[in-house]
Design a protein around this ligand. Structure first.
Ligand code: FUL
Length: 478
């Protein structure tokens, strides 16, 4: 081999090296989601179902003395719940298998306060079975809320209760197939003997992890997802999926509601926010609230402040005393979904040319932002923290929502951004600004007609990695 061949070979090797570097995805930044947490976040909207003796007593919190026969739905139809959820676009359902009154909606062998002791269906009924079967039938995921606070169990307030509770978890989590989310309420009030319980959270979490390894565990502080800090369905405009949990617990030991609302910018753990909110004033159904079901506009607003702020929307839709979702609520859900589908049916950025001032090689082109694929993304060179991209639309289009999505398997990286539009006279002006993006950020802006839109990342902790960008028009909300 002569000198020239060597030089040519050397150049080729250098070129291959350079190409492969440019084709490497950026290194992940900060805490990262597990695959289950990514799949969970992509569900976006889920249905919460509060159902139990309170449905019949009209109370929000039963005190545990309710006779089992109080639970008497005359025409329970879980398939109707799941069909309604499915048509409303919900991907999962979480049911209050046991609320604070201790009554179990399944024949829990650890308790004598369950459907098995009631005369409903001669003690042979099992709501969890009927619901999980219906979920499988319709392809909706099944999750459970099992309150640690128990105002009926005589062991409550003693160390033995923790064992009873773990066996209760085992019973619910091993009998009904896959569970996508376990909901731990942080409430810790007094039990029947006036004592409070010292919960063994590590053992509770370990029991869930063992029996349902794919389940995302909700509590005030995770470990799978966290409470958003309010029951209005409103995540912080700044909403980090990261949270510091050292020194904190659930319930009264939780971080401040503000912290839960925004997360911790450099938090050590990936514990995204879930926004639980009821379609009615209360969590349980009451005749007197049939005319207080939230409006479509309210629900769209909640969607923007939950899903649109890097959180999940967990909307409670409580069945009535017949055991069915009341028609007022189901009609409202259909209206809600129709409205959402109308708003998001067409990405007004479709057909645009996407050009960025920095691209990390061909695999990470700005065109990935508008390909409708979450798993392909625009990424920048390491150290490039304030890039921008421009969408040039085929013609002037009118929009009032800007949607951005980070590719969260590589972490949450962006801390602020600005959106600009170019008017007919060719001048650029800022039309909106935001802080965090995360899995999804929906930024509302005034009605804008433009043919060029520029998104400038104004600060980030690592080179931005954005999966999708979209422009939409909401003609419904004020
Ligand atoms: C709270 C409970 O006390 C409410 O009754 C409701 O279940 C809500 C979702 O969580 O902590």
């Amino acid at each position: 081999m002569n000198r020239y061949s060597l030089i040519i070979l050397g150049c080729m090797a250098a070129a291959i090296l350079a190409t492969s570097c440019a084709n490497d995805a950026p290194a992940p930044y900060g805490p990262l989601p597990t695959p289950s947490q990514v799949a969970w976040q992509q569900m976006e909207t889920n249905m919460f179902v509060h159902f139990g003796p309170n449905t019949f007593s009209g109370k929000e919190w039963g005190d545990g003395t309710e006779p089992e026969d109080m639970f008497a739905p005359d025409s329970l139809d879980c398939r109707q719940w799941v069909r309604t959820a499915k048509l409303a676009g919900f991907k999962g359902i979480i049911i209050t298998a046991k609320h604070h009154d201790g009554f179990c909606l399944w024949p829990n062998p650890e308790s004598v306060h369950t459907v098995a002791q009631s005369s409903w269906r001669d003690g042979k009924g099992d709501v969890l079975k009927e619901l999980s079967d219906a979920c499988r039938e319709y392809g909706v995921k099944f999750g459970v809320y099992i309150s640690p606070w128990d105002r009926h169990d005589p062991h409550y307030g003693t160390p033995e209760y923790n064992n009873v509770y773990i066996r209760t978890l085992q019973s619910a989590l091993t009998s009904y197939g896959e569970v996508f989310e376990q909901w731990f309420d942080g409430a810790c009030g007094e039990g029947p003997n006036g004592k409070r319980q010292v919960y063994d959270w590590p053992a509770f979490n370990a029991a869930v992890a063992e029996m349902q390894p794919g389940a995302v565990i909700f509590s005030d502080i995770g470990p799978g997802c966290r409470w958003v800090g309010n029951e209005r369905g409103s995540a912080g405009e700044t909403c980090w999926s990261a949270l510091d949990t050292e020194g904190f617990g659930s319930g009264k030991d939780a971080p401040s509601q503000d912290t839960l609302n925004t997360g911790n910018v450099h938090g050590r753990h990936w514990i995204p926010a879930e926004s639980d909110v009821s379609i009615r004033p209360g969590w349980f159904w009451r005749e007197s609230e049939n005319d207080k079901v939230k409006s479509v506009e309210d629900l769209i607003g909640i969607y923007y402040t939950s899903v649109g702020r890097n959180s999940l929307m967990l909307l409670n839709v409580p069945p009535d005393t017949s055991g069915r979702i009341h028609r007022t609520d189901s009609i409202r859900l259909m209206e809600f979904r129709t409205a959402l589908d109308g708003i998001f049916a067409v990405n007004l950025a479709d057909g645009a040319e996407a050009v960025a001032d920095n691209e990390r090689g061909r695999r990470f082109r700005a065109s990935n932002l508008i390909d409708g694929e979450y798993d392909t993304f625009w990424a920048c060179d390491d150290g490039c923290l304030t890039p921008s991209f421009t969408l040039t639309l085929p013609e002037p289009r009118t929009f009032n929502l800007v949607v951005l999505q980070e590719y969260i398997p590589l972490g949450q990286r962006v801390s602020s951004f600005a959106v600009e539009a170019r008017n007919a006279g060719g001048e650029w002006s800022t039309i909106g600004e935001g802080t965090t993006i995360g899995y999804k950020r929906i930024l509302r802006v005034p009605d804008i007609t433009a043919s060029e839109v520029r998104v400038r990342i104004t600060s980030a902790y690592a080179c931005p990695v954005l999966a999708e960008a979209g422009l939409y028009m909401d003609n419904i909300s004020e």
